[in-house]
Design a protein around this ligand. Structure first.
Ligand code: UDX
Length: 429
């Protein structure tokens, strides 16, 4: 089968590559010619382990091509995935303008039956809106179906997640659409849920909101652990062994970030509000997350007495390891707070850049962790990059002004750090 993937961002590129790997002929379409040219040359425009190798493999295998010619691409392909961005609009609702543009392009260029499958995270009811946008843009009437097939991949693990999904959700009102989507995924071995488009759309939001809830739950529990002298890691392990709870997403830290959790939780809260329903638990999830970095900064301030004119090294800018994505990264919130209290800030991340709004600020960019830590009064670990475990912390202790370690991801061994001579504080230990 021939598949068109519209949008070559994170989800779109991964989707295109994975379908090519499954043996389908895939075309990736984007209006951004820079991105398309880069992809054509076998280069990814974002950092994600394993994807570039697959890109090069399928540029050669002939299963994958990229284009900016939307009319031709829509004409030539009957199965079309929508993978464009749905960023938060000014009111916090998902901005559907890119989805609408794509739907109208499809309607305008359609020449025969098309199956349009939405992978972008979109509010409940979007399948119906896409249907009407396509219909109103059609010059001649051609049959089409619109289905929902949300994506659950994690950044940094996109390839593993997309090749071995834990479930496939198909939101479809039509037998022929369901059958085609099942055929597309025939080589994947995992549970499949076939449901209505509205249910599929809500599953995606409810899923991310539940994971965010687990994180805020353990983060709030970590604050109590600090008061009680209990290790939150042990609590997480103990409760997580109950299969009804599970071990994952119980890692306490300075809070969740990224392009999904903050945006999706806020969009779900607005959907609830628009439908006269209170999701009070989720509101609390957001407020715990928004204050979690301040909780760690209180510890730093308490130790140093003041942050003013103290040199603080921030290790990690990305919202999590194995990605260069800095969207809603807790590290940026930490840096902003430090600057507002007149601290001198040095930063290091193996791949992620600084947020553009921080570029004009007096921040020292360091090429190595050692550079960042030179003469520092404290180090705040914001992203758990594996390389931080390999650092020679004995040597680091000697180059710092004061060996204070605030581990915002509970990554390092507290006993080891203390035995080296560090004052070590994590979150909930
Ligand atoms: C998430 C979902 O996991 C994925 O299914 C969905 O498709 C997109 O959103 P992603 O944003 O890539 O994926 O990252 P994820 O691994 O879920 O982590 C999100 C944030 O939560 C990160 O900032 C991470 O550091 C934080 N986190 C995660 C914790 O603080 N504790 C945990 O136990 C797990």
């Amino acid at each position: 089968m021939n598949i068109l993937v519209i949008g070559t961002g994170y989800v779109g590129t991964t989707t295109a590559l994975v379908f090519a790997e499954m043996g389908w002929n895939v075309t990736g379409l984007d209006t951004d010619s820079l991105k398309i040219n880069q992809l054509k040359q076998g280069n990814l425009h974002f950092y994600e382990p394993g994807l570039e190798e697959l890109l090069r493999k399928h540029m050669q295998s002939g299963h994958l091509q990229f284009t900016t010619d939307k009319d031709q691409a829509i004409n030539n392909n009957d199965i079309i995935f929508i993978c464009v961005g749905t960023p938060s609009g000014p009111d916090g609702n998902a901005d559907l303008s890119y989805v609408q543009q794509v739907a109208e392009d499809i309607g305008h260029a359609s020449n025969r039956y098309k199956l349009i499958i939405n992978k972008s995270t979109v509010p409940v009811g979007t399948q119906e809106r896409v249907t009407s946008w396509i219909k109103s843009a059609q010059i001649e009437s051609h049959p089409f179906d619109v289905a929902s097939n949300p994506e659950f991949l994690r950044e940094g693990k996109a390839l593993i997640d997309a090749l071995n999904p834990d479930r496939i959700i198909i939101g479809s009102n039509h037998e022929r659409a369901t059958h085609l989507i099942l055929t597309l995924y025939q080589s994947v071995n995992c549970p499949v849920v076939v449901t209505t488009p509205r249910t599929a759309e809500l599953i995606k939001y409810a899923s991310n909101a539940f994971l965010a809830t687990k994180i805020s739950y353990i983060n709030e529990m970590a604050r109590l652990c600090d008061k009680l002298g209990v290790h939150v890691k042990d609590v997480a392990e103990g409760i997580g062994l109950d299969p009804r709870i599970g071990q994952s997403f119980l890692q306490a830290g300075i809070g969740y970030g990224g392009s999904c959790f903050p945006k999706d939780v806020s969009a779900l809260l607005l959907t609830a509000k628009a439908n006269d329903t209170e999701l009070s638990l989720l509101e609390k999830v957001v407020s715990v997350n928004q204050t979690q970095h301040l909780y760690l900064l209180d510890k730093v301030r308490e130790r140093l007495e003041t942050l003013a004119h103290k040199k603080i090294a921030v290790l990690g800018l990305a919202f999590k390891p194995e990605t260069d994505d800095i969207r809603e990264a807790p590290a940026s919130r930490v840096i902003q707070s430090l600057l507002s209290e007149q601290a001198y800030v040095s930063v290091f991340d193996p791949v992620a850049p600084l947020e553009p709004y921080l570029l004009q600020q007096p921040i020292t960019w360091s090429a190595t962790p050692e550079d960042a830590l030179q003469h520092a009064d404290a180090v705040i670990l914001c992203t758990e990059w594996a390389i931080y475990q390999q650092i020679d912390w004995v040597q680091m202790k000697n180059i710092m002004n004061q060996p204070n370690m605030f581990d915002g991801r509970n990554m390092l061994e507290a006993t080891l750090m203390k035995s080296i001579g560090f004052y070590y504080q994590g979150i909930g230990c």
